[in-house]
Write a protein that binds this ligand. Structure first.
Ligand SMILES: [Zn+2]
Ligand SMILES: [Zn+2]
Length: 350
């Protein structure tokens, strides 16, 4: 990534411009930084954005200049089949929807520049639809707000909205990055009795314990499925969350379940990845495998809940920000994420 001056189109009637104060460094940015997804360049990455509203379009009545806000990752057009069903995390606007005609928002001369996840958050300003921003309470720091905008909401929503984890259950979490640790924290909040964390890095497993894991498995030295069986009286886990984004760990999550257990795919697997499931065993064991799209989050409902749990000391979100970076240190921030050195890095702006 390089830092350049570019032009940002002013907000249209229903948009807001945000002066960004914090922008989280998330794995979905990392995939593009590594160019694993055939990114269309040039591209401004960054999508976990918190800041202060700077300018609003004339039709915007929900926020005003000076308001602290979080950008809720993705888009919710409010008009498509899924939005009308109350499933905005599946929003699929028609190809000619005005929402999709706003891009590119960023220009350098005649060159249009893409904005990752419609945000382009590693920048001093961004313009997003007003429907995409959620108020950030005064006592919640911008860094925390930024994490809630994607990673924390995804992990929390996977537990609370997608799987609806029951108190007293056993929860397996494979992958202990920012989203995995959010799954662990949410599982603790809803009263999981056993939370088994799996990773291949010992420092991540130490974090997992700090955030609520009751047992840890280092998958580079131990067999995950065997250990889970041993920890559950031979039965297997009630729920298994896959946050690594790999077909093998998805299969492991599924195979670690008890009969009737639920595996949840949270991670973003590589394009064309395939998973093998034995359908006869699936029928006989009554297991479920489900996908969680952005934690089935409805931001206007779920973000305030997350902020309340943070204020109540039940979600330890400040502790997840293990390092902050300035914009000129942006590549360093990605290297730190890739090396597994940070729980979450956040780029902060004055
Ligand atoms: Zn929609
Ligand atoms: Zn993200």
């Amino acid at each position: 990534m390089v830092i350049e001056e570019v032009d940002l189109k002013p907000p249209t009637a229903d948009e807001v411009r945000i002066k960004i104060r914090a922008s989280g460094v998330c794995h979905s940015d990392y995939h593009h930084w590594e160019n694993e997804f055939g990114s269309v360049l040039p591209l401004v990455l960054g999508h976990e954005v918190a800041g202060v509203v700077d300018t609003v379009g004339e039709a915007v009545s929900t926020v005003r200049p000076g308001d602290r806000v979080v950008n809720a990752m993705g888009h919710r057009c409010g008009e498509c089949f899924y939005c009308l069903k109350g499933e905005p995390y599946l929003c699929t606007p028609p190809a000619d929807a005005p929402l999709l005609k706003r891009f590119p928002r960023i220009w350098k001369g005649n060159q249009g520049i893409n904005s990752f996840a419609a945000a382009g958050g590693f920048a001093e300003y961004t313009v997003v639809p007003a429907t995409q921003v959620i108020p950030l309470p005064e006592d919640v720091p911008f860094e925390v707000g930024a994490l809630v905008g994607c990673g924390v909401a995804t992990g929390f929503g996977s537990v609370v909205n997608t799987a609806k984890v029951q108190p007293g259950s056993t929860v397996l979490v494979i992958g202990c990055g920012g989203v995995g640790l959010s799954v662990i924290q949410a599982a603790a909040v809803v009263g999981a009795a056993k939370i088994i964390a799996v990773d291949i890095r010992d420092n991540k497993l130490t974090y997992a314990q700090q955030f609520g894991a009751t047992h840890v498995i280092n998958a580079s030295r131990e067999d995950t499925i065997q250990r889970v069986r041993a920890l559950t009286g031979g039965f297997g886990a009630d729920y298994a969350f896959e946050v690594v984004s790999h077909p093998k760990t998805i299969e492991q999550a599924y195979e670690s379940l008890r009969k009737g257990g639920v595996a949840v795919v949270v991670g973003i697997s590589p394009i064309d990845a395939q998973v093998t499931i034995d359908p006869l065993a699936m029928m006989r064991t009554g297991r479920t495998i489900m996908g969680s799209a952005f934690g089935n989050i409805r931001p206007a409902i779920d973000f305030p809940r997350i902020f309340e749990l943070y204020r109540a000391g039940k979600l330890h979100l400040r502790e997840m920000v293990s390092r902050t970076f300035t914009l000129p240190e942006i590549n360093e921030a990605f290297q730190a994420l890739g090396a597994g050195e940070v729980v979450r890095g956040v780029v902060v702006f004055d």
